[in-house]
Design a binder for this molecule. Sequence first.
Ligand code: GDP
Ligand code: MG
Length: 162
Amino acid sequence: ATPTLAVVGRPNVGKSTLVNRLLGRREAVVQDVPGVTRDRVVYDALWNGRRFKLMDTGGWEPDAAGLQAFVAQQAETAMRMADAVLLVVDASVGATATDQAVARVLRRADVPVMLAATKVDDDRLTSDTAELWRLGLGEPHPVSGLHGRGSGDLLDAVLEVL
Ligand code: GDP
Ligand code: MG
């Protein structure tokens, strides 16, 4: 079967924008209104002649109190359903308490887990991504979903584990 990469993370970190970029086409639902992506949407993707599936996650944004449980639940589901998981963190914000809680969940995963630091639109933020090593998910891959910076390197790394 075609392997699936699930993309998880807090609402508004840039998951759907990154999924669009990795797909090379504008299809995943992206809006300035957070939480617009339906619960889980799966797309067919192709990189270097290899087919895989990209699962975007979202759903309705819960209130602030429920956010941590909501994102942790998305991560649990992704770990069960996918062959690898990509945690997306907003590099312009850094790792929040919620990001740390999700990383803690994902460190127990039986499938490979990768870390993308998105919104790295220029060199200014590249140095800050080093701080994300402390999430314990290995190397943070800097990327800009908006401009495409780093997306090829991220896809190469993803296909090594998928
Ligand atoms: P999601 O809720 O995690 O799927 O986040 P979205 O992909 O919907 O993006 C949320 C907001 O962040 C939107 O306003 C995007 O335009 C913006 N955004 C996403 N990726 C980038 C990026 O690489 N750079 C910048 N500057 N903004 C981004
Ligand atoms: Mg989304």
